[in-house]
Design a protein around this ligand. Sequence first.
Ligand SMILES: [Zn+2]
Length: 275
Amino acid sequence: MARDDQVLFVQKVPPTLAEMSGAEVRERLEVTRTVLIPVGATEDHGPHLPLGTDTMEGREICRRTAVRLEEMGCPVMVAPAVPFGTSSFHMGFAGTITISSATLVALLREIAMSLYQGGFRNFVFIHGHDGNLSSMMVAAQEVVDDTPDAKAVVCNWLAALSAVYHTVQTSTKGEGHGGEGETSRLLVTHPELVHPERAAPHHIDPDVMRKIQGPDHVKAGGGIYYGTRSYRDVTPYGHIGDPTLAKPETGEKGYAVIVDWLSAVIKRDFFDQPR
Ligand SMILES: [Zn+2]
């Protein structure tokens, strides 16, 4: 049993809206009406990672992107990370929480519309869990449909990262959910919650892997969407790949690719060409 004064993990700045006062938000609205909204999940990631991995990654991606954009003269705010997503295919593992696509669409639309009432106009939905992408796209369109002047985009950084996986990860065997890359990213921010020694490598049939996240899949930048069956059927452990290869340096490389792409897209579409 941990002592009750033990620190669980450290969260770096900038704060999300949840850690700012209303006065601080109003002051910040004088310089930016753009908000990054991390959309995570609570789902099994194997024996070595916490269930909130995708939520933590989503928040960190937005945090780092906000820092970079500030340096580029493009200030933004960050919304609290949404901790639930559509995780139906992880329900074979205890602790996973899934919400329906319809619930996620409504949740994201209502988050954006609440912020719109307060003066925000630009909404950037950024996933920590690619299973949320389709609902995020529907929500973004509904926000545009329901307002005269809001802009809403969904940024799928996984496509940019997938294109250069071979320069980021050391494994050549197919790293996926909870594998080398994702474990490395969590090692950067939450080393206290990561236990690679509890996990063994688990690689799956290459054809099944291709349909989960191969280059043909829309989430990796391709043109085909494959519906996902239960992960329990392909991995009894919950993860795919070799988490024992994970290193913080690999996580830093992955974040660099993601943040380079996101900050360039957001600068172009919301600051350089704001129409
Ligand atoms: Zn994940």
